[in-house]
Ligand binder design. Sequence first.
Ligand SMILES: *[C@@H]1O[C@H](CO)[C@@H](O)[C@H](O)[C@H]1NC(C)=O
Ligand SMILES: *[C@@H]1O[C@H](CO)[C@@H](O)[C@H](O)[C@H]1NC(C)=O
Ligand SMILES: *[C@@H]1O[C@H](CO)[C@@H](O)[C@H](O)[C@H]1NC(C)=O
Ligand SMILES: *[C@@H]1O[C@H](CO)[C@@H](O)[C@H](O)[C@H]1NC(C)=O
Ligand SMILES: *[C@@H]1O[C@H](CO)[C@@H](O)[C@H](O)[C@H]1NC(C)=O
Ligand SMILES: *[C@@H]1O[C@H](CO)[C@@H](O)[C@H](O)[C@H]1NC(C)=O
Ligand SMILES: *[C@@H]1O[C@H](CO)[C@@H](O)[C@H](O)[C@H]1NC(C)=O
Ligand SMILES: [Zn+2]
Length: 313
Amino acid sequence: MNWFVVAALALCVIAPGTDCADDSIAWCYHLPTCNDTTWPRIAAPFCNGTRQSPINIVTANAAGDASLGSFTFVNYDNTAIMNKMENTGKTVKVSLNSGAKVSGGNLSEAYDSLQFHLHWGNGSTVPGSEHTVDGTQYAMELHIVNSKESLNGNTTLAVADPSGLAALGFFIEALSDGSTGQPASWRNLVAYLENITTQNQTVSITPGISLNDLLFGVDRTRYWRYHGSLTTPSCNEAVVWTVFKDTIKISTDLIDRFATLRIGNSMSEHMVNVFRNVQPALPVSTQVSTTSGTSKTCYSLGLMALSVVLGRS
Ligand SMILES: *[C@@H]1O[C@H](CO)[C@@H](O)[C@H](O)[C@H]1NC(C)=O
Ligand SMILES: *[C@@H]1O[C@H](CO)[C@@H](O)[C@H](O)[C@H]1NC(C)=O
Ligand SMILES: *[C@@H]1O[C@H](CO)[C@@H](O)[C@H](O)[C@H]1NC(C)=O
Ligand SMILES: *[C@@H]1O[C@H](CO)[C@@H](O)[C@H](O)[C@H]1NC(C)=O
Ligand SMILES: *[C@@H]1O[C@H](CO)[C@@H](O)[C@H](O)[C@H]1NC(C)=O
Ligand SMILES: *[C@@H]1O[C@H](CO)[C@@H](O)[C@H](O)[C@H]1NC(C)=O
Ligand SMILES: *[C@@H]1O[C@H](CO)[C@@H](O)[C@H](O)[C@H]1NC(C)=O
Ligand SMILES: [Zn+2]
């Protein structure tokens, strides 16, 4: 790895202008010369690796593992944690102020939450999640990117460590009740898109929305776990992935708004289908219990038995 690559990687996770992506590689989602089928060639050595993300999660093959306990989230209820939102030309990224952390969930230590960004298709009718579940692609996917606390934000070290980064993936699905502007937290977030319609535009986020507000409706004790990579070049195999089973549900009008953003500053090039296609299967684990607390034990066992019958826990 030469110095320029190291320097680019060092900027990758932290720098506001990037999406944990290596800008020294001219990669893209849509042109035949640089789309994801070319990444193993144009972005070797990592994009041609053997633990690449995203993957299709085959629920029947996920091995139950009792070590996959609950997480502890710090500052996820803080309504002033979001700093600014940026159109990177590849995604919408929200950088976080320092202080948000995630630990537990069998992570080896606490991880600092640095930023979140999204992947989507073309409006609510063309799905664009990165991970798929038994072949189903969801409308959108939210990624919260976290770096090992002990590495003190040194992303050169983080991307060189097989578990240097922890990514939290949340599927976003359309509400089917015909409502608009729901829930309020997402209406609030999506309202900022009008300020970042072209590449490199940023807008400061006014305090008022917490991470918990965005993760509304997701039981964060229910998840899949596997070891993979960044889903954008340089695809470093440094990511402990947690993909949550429950979806975030938002109204179709809000999903549709993402497809109005633009790549570059051209009026015609809309930022659509911004996801990497699934990569070869990897071993996936899953948590084993659906509820916690002794008072719910009987109910929980009943649910587990039912889950076994249905083939999904
Ligand atoms: C991606 O590029 C390859 C050639 O490199 C081409 O065959 C394929 O159709 C392209 N896919 C998309 C979705 O543009
Ligand atoms: C990926 O590419 C690098 C550099 O071209 C090469 O050294 C490595 O062997 C390749 N890895 C695989 C798994 O093919
Ligand atoms: C849980 O963590 C331990 C220690 O790091 C590791 O050996 C084990 O593979 C992890 N379990 C899962 C399901 O990732
Ligand atoms: C996205 O959807 C819009 C409207 O439905 C359509 O005009 C456009 O061609 C689609 N873009 C792509 C890349 O499929
Ligand atoms: C990251 O750590 C490496 C190795 O210890 C060191 O050489 C480099 O200067 C550090 N980078 C930053 C930005 O502190
Ligand atoms: C966002 O754009 C709207 C409409 O152009 C404008 O009224 C508003 O002041 C902008 N907000 C920020 C924070 O720049
Ligand atoms: C955004 O910034 C990048 C990096 O500085 C630059 O290459 C690109 O042309 C800019 N895009 C626009 C639309 O100005
Ligand atoms: Zn992502």
